[in-house]
Each structure stands twice: as C-alpha cells, then as structure tokens.
Design a protein around this ligand. Structure first.
Ligand SMILES: NC(=O)c1ccc[n+]([C@@H]2O[C@H](COP(=O)([O-])OP(=O)(O)OC[C@H]3O[C@@H](n4cnc5c(N)ncnc54)[C@H](O)[C@@H]3O)[C@@H](O)[C@H]2O)c1
Length: 316
C-alpha cells in the first residue's frame, strides 16, 4: 500500500494518545476512519480534530466498544460495515491498551485479567472480527501494537510487570506468526507489530481511571501506599487524597518527560506501514533496548539487569 488516500481504516483506542493521532493523520492523508474507545467524550474530541483536518470525501465515525469483549467487537465490526457501506477494510490498527497487573504473586487478580484481556484479548478479538474484512480487500494491513515489553518483560529491577508484558509478548508472537500465514493464505494482506518505547501519552492516568471505574470498591490509595513502600517511599504523613494526587502526578510526569510525542509516534508508525515494514520499533529508546536485549538476553533481568532509566536514558 503506497497511499492511505481512499482507503478505509479501523483504529481501536482512538480517544487518546497514539490512537487519536493515528486517526487524525490517517484522515488528513485521505483515509476514512472508524475508531472505537471506551471513553465517548475523548472519541468526540478525536472526531472533531480529524474531520477538521481531512479532505472532502473522508468520513470519520466513532464507536463505543470495549475491545476485550468479543461480542462488543463483533458489534463494532457490524457498525463499520453498515455506516461505511462496505464489504472490506484496508487497515486495522489494534492500538487500545492499558497498564496494570504488575505482580502475579501479590496483585489483584481482576486487574491482572482486565489488563491481559484488553492488551491481548483486544488484539485477538479485533483480528477475529476484522481479518476477514482485510482478506476481502484488494490490499490490507493489520497493525498490532505491542511494546518494548513485548520483547523485554520488565520496567527494570524492583518493579513486577507481569500482565502487561505477557499480553504484549502474545501480541508480538501472534503478529510474527501471521507473517507466514498471510504470505501463504492471503498474500495481499500484510501485518506489522508496533513496539513503542516511552511515548508521551495519558496511558498511566487513563489506565488508573479504567481500573477504578471497573472496580469501584477498590482502595487505590492503600494499594499506592503499598507500592510506594516497596520502593522505600514513606506515605504515613499523607492523606488518601494526597496519595491519589501523587498517582495523577506520576501519570503527568510519565506523559511530560517522554522523549517522543504521540503525534511523532503515529507519524513513524504510518511511515513504517507505507514502507511495508513489519517490525516497527518506535523511538530511539526502543531501538537501543531491542539491541541491548538481543546482545545479552541473560543480563536483561535481575538486580543488575537492564533498566529503562540507566540503559536507555529516558529519564528514570
Ligand atoms: N505510551 C507509551 O509509552 C507506550 C509504550 C509502549 C506501548 N504502548 C501501547 O500503545 C497503545 C496506545 O497507548 P497510549 O500510550 O496511546 O495510551 P492512551 O491511554 O493515551 O490511549 C489508549 C486508548 O485506549 C482506550 N482503551 C483502553 N481500554 C480500552 C478497551 N477495553 N476498549 C477500547 N478502548 C480502550 C483508552 O480509553 C485510550 O483512549 C497501547 O496498546 C499501549 O499499551 C504505549
């Protein structure tokens, strides 16, 4: 595919971050886009920006859909087919994701399963729903978002990161396996796996809100105190509100200290897709981390193992 003009793209998680920027840039390049999210207000903001910058004839539709729910994803697909009056799609960006599910040993199981269900289940459900529509096109491309945590299951020494990493490894493995499957059974369809490093988005804040909304009974302040204690930070003198504000502050720091913006990341992803590349490392930090893990996998983990802050210099 050498142009997005006149194509139809599906983007999951289009309400924020890289998904929003993918929608805006695809529409500006002349593609019609159907995007879904669990946050209707953010979706409306994306549609407004994308439509404002799009040439005549481009349609941007928004759909409320939880990608971890297979029936909801099938409903999203049916809406896309009906609203775009189509029997195929050309591009599917399985981008929706949340953080969470740090410790398998001590963590909350519901959060673990939700994180895995969105980050892996969402990619799986969207492939089940939309691959037949890619196969029905004259040129199709499936773009699955993994992470540097799809080849390095860690945030560095001292911080368990099990659900997200397991899901992102699954996304990478599935995408790599599809390369040969498509080559044999649907040679006009391509697949890429996206592995971003640290990108400036609200993923930390959005993920906390999604977990809190789905489990209203959870005491997030108490969990934050435990997590801080494990890192040697005392919170005894702080009120619950102070602790919760600190969580939001960490989320803002994650966004604002990133070496790459969501718009830059989306532009690199789209350039990689047009170039027909399947392995998309996004950001210099992702490239360096990939080299470090492959150079010495035995040293990737442990007290002296790789750390985003020291090895990759992203401000840890
Ligand atoms: N930001 C980073 O540093 C980074 C690094 C590596 C990988 N990623 C991955 O990139 C992707 C995009 O993340 P982002 O940083 O732009 O985050 P973001 O929070 O800004 O955007 C993610 C969007 O997905 C939506 N979403 C969450 N759960 C959903 C569900 N069940 N169904 C539908 N939509 C849902 C959220 O509401 C949000 O709008 C994710 O898969 C994430 O894991 C991000």
């Amino acid at each position: 595919m050498d142009t997005f003009a006149g194509r139809l793209a599906v983007v999951t998680g289009g309400g924020s971050g890289m998904g929003r920027e993918l929608v805006v840039q695809l529409a500006a390049a002349g593609a019609s886009v159907a995007t879904c999210d669990v946050n209707p207000d953010n979706l409306a903001g994306t549609a407004e920006r994308a439509s404002a910058g799009a040439p005549d004839g481009v349609r941007v539709t928004t759909h409320l859909c939880d990608v971890s729910d297979e029936a909801a994803v099938m409903g999203f697909r049916d809406e896309v087919v009906a609203q775009h009056a189509t029997d195929h799609v050309n591009l599917v960006f399985s981008n929706a994701g949340i953080g969470g599910g740090g410790s398998f040993v001590t963590g909350d199981r519901t959060e673990w399963d939700r994180t895995f269900g969105v980050c892996w289940g969402g990619v799986y459900n969207c492939a089940r729903a939309f691959v037949p529509l890619l196969v029905a096109s004259d040129a199709g491309h499936l773009v699955n978002t993994s992470s540097v945590n799809g080849f390095w299951a860690s945030l560095g020494p001292g911080v368990p990161h099990t659900a997200y990493s397991a899901a992102k490894f699954a996304v990478k493995g599935f995408s790599e396996a599809l390369l040969e499957d498509f080559r044999i059974n649907a040679p006009h369809v391509q697949v890429s796996v996206v592995m971003p490093g640290h990108i400036g988005t609200d993923i930390v804040i959005n993920s906390q809100r999604i977990h809190a909304r789905n489990e209203p009974g959870r005491d997030q302040a108490a969990e934050m105190r435990t997590a801080m204690a494990a890192r040697g930070v005392a919170t005894e003198g702080m009120s619950d509100d102070d602790v919760l504000n600190m969580m939001t502050m960490f989320g803002e720091m994650f966004r604002d200290a990133a070496p790459m913006t969501a718009a830059e990341a989306a532009s690199d992803i789209l350039a990689g897709v047009l170039a027909g590349r399947w392995r998309l490392l996004i950001g210099a930090d992702a490239v360096k981390l990939d080299e470090a893990v492959r150079a010495d996998p035995e040293r990737a983990y442990g007290a002296d193992g790789l750390s985003l802050g020291t090895i990759v210099d992203i401000g840890g």
